[in-house]
Design a protein around this ligand. Structure first.
Ligand code: G1P
Ligand code: ZN
Length: 547
């Protein structure tokens, strides 16, 4: 077989962010662009002398535009590099959690996941690539730094001069010294879900008339949701909508939030609402859950799942601990306290949960950005969360709204909201952040709109397992009554900068739990503007997205 050695010069914009390298499709279509990054991954994970020769990897993606082509490129580079086995999802499909599952199950040296998660897809939209390490989780910072360092050094790459291979059927083909094994993208994941949840109880729930609407937003979860919910669990046909992954995700913005999943929200708050609504994102790792006229915020969902996990067979022994990202509400902290288990507060990004999960110090983790998951894989997992909710509903025989209200009556309610200011000029975003950072020392003790600041700091994290340190992970301003405002710059946006403002206050168990969060947080929202000046400095009247 002929191997071409192509010369290319390094690109200067290949620094992976919190979720890998994410750029416009047009950027990935530039000659050598993807190849250079893949070559950098190989160089970063390879062994001295032999590189990735003899290693085993997984590849798959969320099916968005450019997925097919990228998979073929990676196949050819894997063959040229002498990878021993490349496990490929059929048609190039693997959801992010399924990729994590497959990496772990087959004990590979890692995997390449092609996705720009919840960003829109299509020729003018976004594409992305990330490397997951052998535990199935996103590459930790040390690995992404190594990959980045290699991107600066790349001056060429090797690629097999072969035609595109057929990945539309499961089976193994051998090219040179590489076995290309095409697998069904759902099988292994389904088997894992079956081992965690009481499928019989969920089947009985559907058989008794429980109605679910799962919106796959024309992204990767379609095949998983159809097979598991309608196929295995007997949910009626039509339960899963937008179930076929399309290259442009059907024009949907596959971010399950009240803005982008508005059809689902309208249904769930309308007269014909089924018992439960759910949606996932482009690559299947995020989720939202709604009951009839009831939206469960991701922070509350994490807390409810942690409090009720024992009802599912996979968690019947209880949880070893829980973890949440710093900006996620503290609702789960109260559950951990009641259960007497560890509770960890990590920086934003799933990768920070990896070491806690590996060390058995957390069983369930979550982020306010609609990410929840457990130690079953090393990624957040949208469908897993939906199945755990179904298992809990089946066991408790109560509605989602009732389960949530009962939770607040026991633990109190953390009113919570996130305000996003998107596509802000990067300099303006820097100015907002720098100004608040410069103010931190002066804020404690100050009265802002009737609220007294008790503490102001920049969040740093030291991983309790491996001791690694991450600084500059968001600015926190706390108030006397335990309320807080958090400001951070998004690491995943592809246009200008996105600023995220997180606002939270606690209402005790015997307080009022029926307020609209924006109303319940109104004072704090004003205080946040007074402190951060986002609107003033950016010239924006309102956030682009409120969740
Ligand atoms: C966002 C979310 C974060 C999540 C990440 C990847 O990152 O806020 O919780 O882990 O996407 O899905 P951000 O854009 O805020 O950096
Ligand atoms: Zn995602």
């Amino acid at each position: 077989m002929q191997i071409d050695h192509r010369h290319s010069t390094a690109f200067d914009d290949q620094k992976p962010g919190t979720s890998g390298l994410r750029k416009k499709v047009r950027v990935f279509q530039r000659p050598h662009y993807l190849e250079n990054f893949v070559s950098a991954i190989f160089a970063a994970i390879g062994r001295p002398g032999t590189g990735v020769q003899g290693m085993r990897l997984v590849v798959g993606g969320d099916g968005r535009f450019h997925n097919d082509q990228a998979v073929q490129t990676i196949v050819k580079m894997a063959v040229a590099a002498g990878i021993a086995e490349l496990i490929v999802g059929r048609d190039g499909i693997l959801s992010t959690p399924a990729a994590s599952c497959v990496i772990r199950k087959y004990g590979t040296d890692g995997g390449i996941v092609l996705s720009a998660s919840h960003n829109p897809a299509g020729p003018d939209a976004d594409f992305g690539i990330k490397f997951n390490v052998p535990n199935g989780g996103p590459a930790p910072e040390a690995v992404t730094e190594r990959i980045y360092a290699q991107t600066r050094r790349v001056d060429g790459y090797a690629i097999a001069a072969i035609d595109d291979i057929d990945i539309s059927r499961a089976g193994t083909q051998t090219l040179g010294s590489t076995a290309i094994r095409v697998i069904d993208p759902v099988d292994d994941y389904l088997e894992l879900m079956r081992s965690l949840f009481d499928f019989d109880a969920i089947r009985a729930l559907f058989a008794n008339g429980f109605r679910l609407r799962f919106d796959a937003l024309s992204a990767v979860t379609g095949p998983y949701a159809l097979r598991i919910l309608e196929g295995e669990l007997g949910a009626p046909a039509g339960t899963v909508v937008n179930g076929t992954p399309l290259p442009d995700f059907g024009g949907h913005h596959p971010d399950p939030n009240p803005v982008h999943a508005h059809e689902l929200f309208e249904l769930m708050f309308g007269p014909d609402a089924p018992d439960m609504g759910a949606a996932s994102d482009g690559d299947g790792d995020r989720n939202i859950v709604l009951g009839r006229a009831c939206y469960v915020t991701p922070s509350d969902s994490l807390a409810v799942l942690a409090a009720n996990a024992r009802l599912a067979p996979g968690y019947s022994d209880g949880l070893s601990g829980v973890a949440r990202s710093m900006p996620t509400s503290a609702a789960v902290d109260r559950v951990a306290e009641a259960l007497g288990i560890e509770c960890h507060e990590t920086p934003t990004g799933w990768k920070f949960f990896g070491s806690l999960l590996d060390a058995g110090r957390a069983t369930i983790c979550g982020e306010e950005s609609a990410g929840t998951g457990s130690n079953h894989v090393r990624e957040k997992d949208g469908l897993w969360a939906v199945l755990l909710w179904l298992n809990i509903v089946a066991a408790r025989k109560e509605s989602i709204a009732d389960i949530l209200r009962a939770h607040w009556r026991r633990y109190g309610r953390n009113y919570y909201s996130r305000h996003d200011y998107e596509a802000i000029d990067s300099d303006v975003a820097d100015r907002v952040i720098d100004a608040l950072r410069a103010d931190l020392a002066r804020l404690p003790g100050r009265q802002v709109d009737g609220l007294r600041v008790s503490e102001a700091l920049e969040f740093s994290y030291v991983d309790p397992v491996d001791g690694s340190r991450s600084d500059g992970q968001g600015l926190i301003v706390r108030f006397d009554d335990g309320a807080r405002v958090v400001l951070r710059r998004s690491g995943t946006g592809t246009e200008g900068a996105t600023l995220r403002l997180y606002i939270e206050r606690y209402e005790p168990a015997d307080g009022r739990h029926d307020l609209d969060p924006q109303a319940a947080l109104a004072e704090l929202i004003d205080a946040a503007e007074a402190i951060t000046g986002i609107r003033r400095l950016s010239g924006r009247d309102t956030p682009d997205v409120i969740t």
